[in-house]
Design a protein around this ligand. Structure first.
Ligand code: COA
Length: 385
Protein backbone atom coordinates (compact mmCIF):
# COMPACT_ATOMS: atom_id res chain seq x y z
CA UNK A 1 0.00 0.00 0.00
CA UNK A 2 1.25 3.52 -0.86
CA UNK A 3 1.39 5.53 2.38
CA UNK A 4 3.36 8.65 3.13
CA UNK A 5 3.48 12.43 3.47
CA UNK A 6 0.65 14.04 1.54
CA UNK A 7 1.13 17.60 2.82
CA UNK A 8 3.84 19.39 4.79
CA UNK A 9 4.11 22.87 6.35
CA UNK A 10 6.60 24.78 8.47
CA UNK A 11 6.30 27.61 10.96
CA UNK A 12 8.90 29.57 12.87
CA UNK A 13 8.49 32.68 15.06
CA UNK A 14 8.72 36.22 13.70
CA UNK A 15 12.08 37.17 15.29
CA UNK A 16 15.56 36.18 14.18
CA UNK A 17 19.07 36.70 15.58
CA UNK A 18 22.14 37.04 13.35
CA UNK A 19 24.84 34.72 14.67
CA UNK A 20 27.80 36.82 13.56
CA UNK A 21 26.43 39.50 15.88
CA UNK A 22 26.02 36.92 18.65
CA UNK A 23 29.57 35.59 18.12
CA UNK A 24 31.00 39.09 18.51
CA UNK A 25 28.93 39.70 21.65
CA UNK A 26 30.21 36.44 23.15
CA UNK A 27 33.85 37.08 22.20
CA UNK A 28 33.91 34.17 19.71
CA UNK A 29 35.19 34.07 16.13
CA UNK A 30 32.17 34.45 13.79
CA UNK A 31 33.64 31.71 11.55
CA UNK A 32 33.31 29.25 14.42
CA UNK A 33 29.53 29.74 14.33
CA UNK A 34 29.00 30.06 10.56
CA UNK A 35 31.64 27.55 9.33
CA UNK A 36 32.72 25.41 12.30
CA UNK A 37 29.15 24.80 13.52
CA UNK A 38 27.32 25.83 10.35
CA UNK A 39 24.66 28.21 11.65
CA UNK A 40 23.98 31.71 10.26
CA UNK A 41 20.83 32.73 12.14
CA UNK A 42 18.55 31.42 14.87
CA UNK A 43 14.85 31.81 15.57
CA UNK A 44 13.96 33.85 18.66
CA UNK A 45 10.63 32.92 20.20
CA UNK A 46 8.55 35.67 21.86
CA UNK A 47 6.67 34.93 25.07
CA UNK A 48 3.28 34.82 23.36
CA UNK A 49 4.30 31.70 21.44
CA UNK A 50 5.03 28.14 22.58
CA UNK A 51 5.05 24.66 21.05
CA UNK A 52 1.25 24.68 20.84
CA UNK A 53 0.97 27.97 18.93
CA UNK A 54 3.88 27.05 16.64
CA UNK A 55 2.40 23.60 15.96
CA UNK A 56 -1.05 25.05 15.27
CA UNK A 57 0.44 27.86 13.16
CA UNK A 58 2.23 25.23 11.04
CA UNK A 59 -0.76 22.90 10.80
CA UNK A 60 -3.29 25.60 9.85
CA UNK A 61 -1.43 25.96 6.53
CA UNK A 62 -2.43 22.40 5.53
CA UNK A 63 -5.72 21.92 7.40
CA UNK A 64 -8.57 23.26 5.30
CA UNK A 65 -12.30 22.57 5.73
CA UNK A 66 -12.06 19.30 3.80
CA UNK A 67 -9.11 18.15 5.93
CA UNK A 68 -10.99 19.11 9.11
CA UNK A 69 -13.57 16.45 8.22
CA UNK A 70 -11.04 13.72 7.48
CA UNK A 71 -8.29 14.00 10.13
CA UNK A 72 -8.79 11.10 12.50
CA UNK A 73 -5.78 11.43 14.79
CA UNK A 74 -3.39 14.19 15.93
CA UNK A 75 0.08 13.11 17.03
CA UNK A 76 2.10 15.89 18.65
CA UNK A 77 5.83 15.26 19.13
CA UNK A 78 7.76 17.59 21.41
CA UNK A 79 10.43 17.67 24.06
CA UNK A 80 9.49 21.19 25.20
CA UNK A 81 5.87 20.49 26.08
CA UNK A 82 3.77 22.89 28.14
CA UNK A 83 2.06 20.52 30.58
CA UNK A 84 3.13 17.40 32.45
CA UNK A 85 -0.27 15.79 31.98
CA UNK A 86 -2.31 17.28 29.17
CA UNK A 87 -1.32 16.71 25.56
CA UNK A 88 -0.46 19.67 23.31
CA UNK A 89 -2.48 17.84 20.64
CA UNK A 90 -5.71 18.63 22.51
CA UNK A 91 -4.98 22.37 22.40
CA UNK A 92 -4.24 22.05 18.68
CA UNK A 93 -7.49 20.16 18.13
CA UNK A 94 -9.36 23.10 19.67
CA UNK A 95 -7.40 25.84 17.90
CA UNK A 96 -7.83 24.16 14.50
CA UNK A 97 -11.50 23.41 15.23
CA UNK A 98 -11.09 19.71 14.49
CA UNK A 99 -13.90 17.29 15.20
CA UNK A 100 -14.22 15.90 18.75
CA UNK A 101 -14.12 12.43 17.22
CA UNK A 102 -10.33 12.33 16.87
CA UNK A 103 -7.55 10.74 18.87
CA UNK A 104 -5.03 13.20 20.31
CA UNK A 105 -1.70 12.31 21.88
CA UNK A 106 1.72 13.76 22.73
CA UNK A 107 4.97 11.84 22.25
CA UNK A 108 8.38 12.39 23.83
CA UNK A 109 11.86 11.01 23.22
CA UNK A 110 14.14 14.00 22.70
CA UNK A 111 14.54 14.91 19.01
CA UNK A 112 13.41 11.44 17.86
CA UNK A 113 9.68 11.59 18.70
CA UNK A 114 8.57 13.15 15.39
CA UNK A 115 9.84 10.07 13.57
CA UNK A 116 8.01 7.74 15.95
CA UNK A 117 4.88 9.82 15.30
CA UNK A 118 5.30 9.45 11.57
CA UNK A 119 5.79 5.68 11.91
CA UNK A 120 2.70 5.37 14.11
CA UNK A 121 0.72 7.36 11.57
CA UNK A 122 1.92 5.17 8.70
CA UNK A 123 1.04 1.95 10.56
CA UNK A 124 -2.37 3.35 11.52
CA UNK A 125 -3.15 4.33 7.94
CA UNK A 126 -1.98 0.88 6.79
CA UNK A 127 -4.63 -0.63 9.08
CA UNK A 128 -7.25 2.01 8.17
CA UNK A 129 -6.55 3.19 4.60
CA UNK A 130 -9.36 5.79 4.55
CA UNK A 131 -7.97 7.67 7.59
CA UNK A 132 -5.66 10.68 7.57
CA UNK A 133 -3.32 11.58 10.44
CA UNK A 134 -1.92 14.99 11.39
CA UNK A 135 1.62 14.69 12.76
CA UNK A 136 3.16 17.79 14.35
CA UNK A 137 6.76 18.14 15.55
CA UNK A 138 7.18 21.39 17.48
CA UNK A 139 9.99 22.52 19.78
CA UNK A 140 11.99 25.29 21.36
CA UNK A 141 15.70 24.48 21.52
CA UNK A 142 16.87 26.41 24.57
CA UNK A 143 20.28 26.01 26.18
CA UNK A 144 20.83 29.25 28.11
CA UNK A 145 22.51 32.61 27.61
CA UNK A 146 26.25 32.51 26.96
CA UNK A 147 26.43 28.71 27.16
CA UNK A 148 28.26 26.50 24.61
CA UNK A 149 24.88 25.34 23.30
CA UNK A 150 23.53 28.88 22.78
CA UNK A 151 24.64 29.05 19.14
CA UNK A 152 22.59 25.91 18.41
CA UNK A 153 19.26 27.21 19.76
CA UNK A 154 16.21 27.58 17.52
CA UNK A 155 12.43 27.18 17.40
CA UNK A 156 9.72 26.07 15.03
CA UNK A 157 7.28 23.39 13.99
CA UNK A 158 6.76 21.04 11.07
CA UNK A 159 3.26 19.67 10.40
CA UNK A 160 2.55 16.76 8.07
CA UNK A 161 -0.53 14.89 6.87
CA UNK A 162 0.06 11.14 6.50
CA UNK A 163 -2.32 9.36 4.12
CA UNK A 164 -2.60 6.82 1.31
CA UNK A 165 -1.52 7.81 -2.21
CA UNK A 166 0.43 10.80 -0.88
CA UNK A 167 1.55 13.74 -3.02
CA UNK A 168 5.05 14.19 -1.60
CA UNK A 169 6.82 11.01 -0.43
CA UNK A 170 6.14 7.38 0.37
CA UNK A 171 7.34 6.31 3.82
CA UNK A 172 9.01 2.98 3.04
CA UNK A 173 8.74 0.05 5.41
CA UNK A 174 12.51 -0.42 5.73
CA UNK A 175 13.38 1.16 9.09
CA UNK A 176 16.28 0.12 11.27
CA UNK A 177 16.44 1.59 14.75
CA UNK A 178 18.24 1.37 18.08
CA UNK A 179 18.12 2.70 21.66
CA UNK A 180 20.85 3.04 24.27
CA UNK A 181 20.85 4.88 27.63
CA UNK A 182 23.33 7.77 27.26
CA UNK A 183 23.61 11.05 29.21
CA UNK A 184 24.28 13.34 26.24
CA UNK A 185 21.26 15.65 26.60
CA UNK A 186 18.28 15.77 28.94
CA UNK A 187 16.02 18.25 30.74
CA UNK A 188 14.78 17.51 34.29
CA UNK A 189 11.15 18.59 34.84
CA UNK A 190 12.16 21.52 37.06
CA UNK A 191 14.39 23.12 34.41
CA UNK A 192 13.61 25.25 31.36
CA UNK A 193 17.05 24.80 29.81
CA UNK A 194 18.50 21.52 28.60
CA UNK A 195 21.59 19.93 30.12
CA UNK A 196 23.89 18.83 27.34
CA UNK A 197 27.27 17.29 26.63
CA UNK A 198 27.39 18.39 23.00
CA UNK A 199 30.66 16.62 22.19
CA UNK A 200 29.40 13.29 23.59
CA UNK A 201 26.15 13.79 21.68
CA UNK A 202 28.05 14.31 18.43
CA UNK A 203 30.01 11.10 18.98
CA UNK A 204 26.94 9.01 19.87
CA UNK A 205 25.06 10.44 16.85
CA UNK A 206 27.94 9.54 14.51
CA UNK A 207 28.30 6.06 15.96
CA UNK A 208 24.58 5.28 15.84
CA UNK A 209 24.39 6.51 12.25
CA UNK A 210 27.26 4.25 11.23
CA UNK A 211 25.83 1.25 13.09
CA UNK A 212 22.38 1.72 11.57
CA UNK A 213 23.78 2.33 8.09
CA UNK A 214 25.58 -1.06 8.22
CA UNK A 215 22.42 -2.72 9.55
CA UNK A 216 20.28 -1.04 6.89
CA UNK A 217 22.59 -2.21 4.11
CA UNK A 218 22.60 -5.77 5.47
CA UNK A 219 18.82 -5.90 5.76
CA UNK A 220 17.85 -4.15 2.51
CA UNK A 221 20.87 -4.91 0.28
CA UNK A 222 20.83 -1.23 -0.74
CA UNK A 223 24.02 0.78 -1.24
CA UNK A 224 24.85 4.48 -1.12
CA UNK A 225 24.32 4.66 -4.89
CA UNK A 226 20.59 3.93 -4.35
CA UNK A 227 19.98 7.31 -2.65
CA UNK A 228 19.65 10.77 -4.12
CA UNK A 229 20.14 12.51 -0.81
CA UNK A 230 19.93 12.36 2.96
CA UNK A 231 17.83 14.30 5.43
CA UNK A 232 19.61 14.30 8.78
CA UNK A 233 18.51 15.47 12.19
CA UNK A 234 20.46 18.74 12.39
CA UNK A 235 21.13 20.02 15.93
CA UNK A 236 23.55 22.20 13.91
CA UNK A 237 24.13 21.83 10.20
CA UNK A 238 27.75 20.61 10.45
CA UNK A 239 26.36 17.48 12.17
CA UNK A 240 24.94 16.20 8.87
CA UNK A 241 28.34 16.49 7.21
CA UNK A 242 30.07 14.75 10.11
CA UNK A 243 27.68 11.81 9.71
CA UNK A 244 27.77 11.60 5.90
CA UNK A 245 31.57 11.95 5.74
CA UNK A 246 31.82 8.58 7.52
CA UNK A 247 30.31 6.71 4.55
CA UNK A 248 30.73 9.02 1.55
CA UNK A 249 33.69 7.09 0.10
CA UNK A 250 31.38 4.10 -0.45
CA UNK A 251 29.95 6.00 -3.46
CA UNK A 252 31.58 6.65 -6.84
CA UNK A 253 32.86 10.16 -7.55
CA UNK A 254 29.76 11.46 -9.39
CA UNK A 255 27.49 10.10 -6.66
CA UNK A 256 29.69 11.61 -3.94
CA UNK A 257 29.32 15.01 -5.60
CA UNK A 258 25.56 14.62 -5.90
CA UNK A 259 25.14 13.54 -2.26
CA UNK A 260 27.31 16.41 -0.98
CA UNK A 261 25.39 18.97 -3.10
CA UNK A 262 22.13 17.59 -1.78
CA UNK A 263 23.48 17.70 1.78
CA UNK A 264 24.00 21.45 1.31
CA UNK A 265 20.43 21.69 -0.05
CA UNK A 266 19.13 19.87 3.04
CA UNK A 267 20.95 22.26 5.41
CA UNK A 268 19.66 25.58 4.00
CA UNK A 269 16.55 26.16 6.11
CA UNK A 270 18.21 24.93 9.33
CA UNK A 271 21.09 27.36 8.81
CA UNK A 272 18.58 30.18 9.22
CA UNK A 273 16.36 28.74 11.95
CA UNK A 274 18.55 26.61 14.21
CA UNK A 275 17.63 23.39 15.96
CA UNK A 276 13.95 22.38 15.99
CA UNK A 277 14.56 19.24 18.04
CA UNK A 278 11.69 16.91 16.92
CA UNK A 279 11.04 18.85 13.71
CA UNK A 280 14.67 19.27 12.66
CA UNK A 281 15.01 16.19 10.45
CA UNK A 282 11.74 17.04 8.65
CA UNK A 283 12.84 20.65 8.12
CA UNK A 284 15.98 19.11 6.62
CA UNK A 285 13.77 16.99 4.31
CA UNK A 286 11.73 20.05 3.33
CA UNK A 287 14.94 21.97 2.67
CA UNK A 288 16.31 19.13 0.52
CA UNK A 289 13.11 18.95 -1.55
CA UNK A 290 13.00 22.77 -1.84
CA UNK A 291 16.63 23.45 -2.78
CA UNK A 292 17.90 20.41 -4.68
CA UNK A 293 17.83 20.86 -8.44
CA UNK A 294 18.31 17.23 -9.41
CA UNK A 295 15.76 15.20 -7.43
CA UNK A 296 13.40 13.15 -9.57
CA UNK A 297 10.15 11.32 -8.82
CA UNK A 298 10.75 7.66 -7.98
CA UNK A 299 14.13 8.38 -6.39
CA UNK A 300 14.86 7.51 -2.78
CA UNK A 301 16.05 9.80 0.00
CA UNK A 302 17.36 8.44 3.31
CA UNK A 303 16.12 9.87 6.61
CA UNK A 304 18.30 9.71 9.74
CA UNK A 305 16.52 10.63 12.93
CA UNK A 306 18.43 10.96 16.23
CA UNK A 307 17.14 11.80 19.68
CA UNK A 308 19.57 12.17 22.56
CA UNK A 309 19.27 9.85 25.44
CA UNK A 310 19.60 8.08 22.87
CA UNK A 311 17.44 6.62 20.12
CA UNK A 312 17.98 6.66 16.36
CA UNK A 313 16.18 5.43 13.25
CA UNK A 314 17.22 5.20 9.61
CA UNK A 315 14.72 4.64 6.80
CA UNK A 316 13.90 5.78 3.30
CA UNK A 317 11.24 7.76 1.49
CA UNK A 318 10.39 7.60 -2.22
CA UNK A 319 9.66 10.86 -4.05
CA UNK A 320 6.23 11.04 -5.64
CA UNK A 321 5.39 12.42 -9.13
CA UNK A 322 3.92 15.69 -7.78
CA UNK A 323 6.37 16.30 -4.96
CA UNK A 324 7.75 19.55 -6.38
CA UNK A 325 4.38 21.28 -6.75
CA UNK A 326 3.26 19.96 -3.33
CA UNK A 327 6.01 21.42 -1.15
CA UNK A 328 5.77 24.98 0.24
CA UNK A 329 9.28 26.02 -0.86
CA UNK A 330 8.40 29.62 -1.77
CA UNK A 331 6.23 30.27 1.28
CA UNK A 332 8.93 29.00 3.67
CA UNK A 333 11.53 31.22 1.98
CA UNK A 334 9.13 34.18 2.24
CA UNK A 335 8.41 33.44 5.91
CA UNK A 336 12.14 33.38 6.68
CA UNK A 337 12.90 36.58 4.77
CA UNK A 338 10.07 38.51 6.43
CA UNK A 339 11.27 37.91 9.99
CA UNK A 340 12.37 40.84 12.10
CA UNK A 341 16.06 40.97 13.09
CA UNK A 342 16.67 41.50 16.81
CA UNK A 343 19.82 42.76 18.52
CA UNK A 344 21.62 40.63 21.11
CA UNK A 345 20.18 42.86 23.86
CA UNK A 346 16.63 42.40 22.50
CA UNK A 347 17.16 38.62 22.19
CA UNK A 348 18.38 38.40 25.79
CA UNK A 349 15.38 40.36 27.00
CA UNK A 350 12.97 38.12 25.06
CA UNK A 351 14.81 35.01 26.31
CA UNK A 352 14.28 36.05 29.92
CA UNK A 353 10.65 37.10 29.53
CA UNK A 354 9.01 33.65 29.52
CA UNK A 355 5.67 33.52 31.34
CA UNK A 356 6.33 30.44 33.45
CA UNK A 357 4.46 31.01 36.70
CA UNK A 358 1.08 29.31 36.46
CA UNK A 359 0.13 30.73 39.89
CA UNK A 360 -0.03 34.29 38.55
CA UNK A 361 -3.02 35.18 36.37
CA UNK A 362 -1.88 37.23 33.36
CA UNK A 363 -3.91 37.71 30.21
CA UNK A 364 -2.66 39.81 27.29
CA UNK A 365 -5.00 40.90 24.53
CA UNK A 366 -4.81 38.97 21.27
CA UNK A 367 -2.91 40.74 18.48
CA UNK A 368 -3.40 38.07 15.78
CA UNK A 369 0.15 38.94 14.68
CA UNK A 370 0.90 35.28 14.23
CA UNK A 371 -2.63 33.90 14.17
CA UNK A 372 -2.57 31.53 17.15
CA UNK A 373 -1.17 33.10 20.28
CA UNK A 374 -0.45 32.20 23.93
CA UNK A 375 -2.29 34.85 25.94
CA UNK A 376 -1.22 33.88 29.47
CA UNK A 377 -2.53 32.10 32.56
CA UNK A 378 -5.92 31.94 34.24
CA UNK A 379 -6.54 29.66 37.23
CA UNK A 380 -3.35 27.80 36.41
CA UNK A 381 -4.53 27.07 32.87
CA UNK A 382 -2.84 28.24 29.68
CA UNK A 383 -5.03 30.49 27.56
CA UNK A 384 -4.82 30.67 23.78
CA UNK A 385 -6.49 32.59 21.02
N1 COA B 1 36.76 29.03 12.17
C1 COA B 1 36.21 27.88 11.69
N2 COA B 1 35.89 26.80 12.49
C2 COA B 1 36.12 26.93 13.81
C3 COA B 1 36.67 28.09 14.37
C4 COA B 1 37.01 29.18 13.50
N3 COA B 1 37.53 30.33 13.95
N4 COA B 1 36.77 27.91 15.71
C5 COA B 1 36.30 26.66 15.97
N5 COA B 1 35.90 26.07 14.82
C6 COA B 1 35.31 24.75 14.65
C7 COA B 1 35.94 23.66 15.50
O1 COA B 1 37.10 23.15 14.89
C8 COA B 1 34.82 22.65 15.56
O2 COA B 1 34.74 21.93 14.36
P1 COA B 1 34.66 20.30 14.39
O3 COA B 1 33.45 19.96 15.24
O4 COA B 1 34.49 19.92 12.97
O5 COA B 1 35.92 19.84 15.04
C9 COA B 1 33.56 23.54 15.61
O6 COA B 1 33.96 24.81 15.14
C10 COA B 1 32.97 23.69 17.00
O7 COA B 1 34.00 24.05 17.86
P2 COA B 1 34.04 23.50 19.35
O8 COA B 1 35.25 24.02 20.01
O9 COA B 1 33.83 22.01 19.35
O10 COA B 1 32.73 24.22 19.91
P3 COA B 1 32.06 24.11 21.31
O11 COA B 1 32.88 23.39 22.31
O12 COA B 1 31.62 25.48 21.64
O13 COA B 1 30.75 23.17 21.05
C11 COA B 1 28.72 22.35 20.12
C12 COA B 1 29.99 23.19 19.86
C13 COA B 1 27.96 22.22 18.81
C14 COA B 1 29.11 20.94 20.58
C15 COA B 1 27.86 23.10 21.19
O14 COA B 1 27.35 24.27 20.62
C16 COA B 1 26.72 22.25 21.72
O15 COA B 1 26.90 21.47 22.65
N6 COA B 1 25.51 22.40 21.15
C17 COA B 1 24.39 21.57 21.51
C18 COA B 1 24.21 20.57 20.40
C19 COA B 1 23.64 19.27 20.88
O16 COA B 1 24.36 18.40 21.20
N7 COA B 1 22.34 19.12 20.93
C20 COA B 1 21.71 17.92 21.41
C21 COA B 1 21.65 16.86 20.41
S1 COA B 1 20.31 17.05 19.33
Amino acid sequence: MNIGIDKIAFYTPEYVLDLVTLAKARGDEPDKYTIGIGQDEQAVIPNDEDVVTMGANAARQIVDDQERKTIDMVIFATESGIDNSKSSAIYVQKLLQLSEFVRTIELKQACYAGTFGLMQARDYVAAHPDKRVLVIASDIARYGLATAGEVTQGAGAVAMIVATNPNITLINDDSVYMSREVADFWRPVDRTEALVDGHLSTEVYKEMFLTLWQRYKNQTKHSLNDFTGFAFHLPYTKMGKKALDQIILEADEAQQKRLLNNLIASQQFSRHVGNLYTGSVYLSLLSLLSHSKDLKPGEKVAIFSYGSGAEAELYSMTLQPDFRSSIPAASVAKQLSERQQVSVAQYEKIFQSQLLDSHVDVIRSATKKHHFQFLGWQNGERQYS
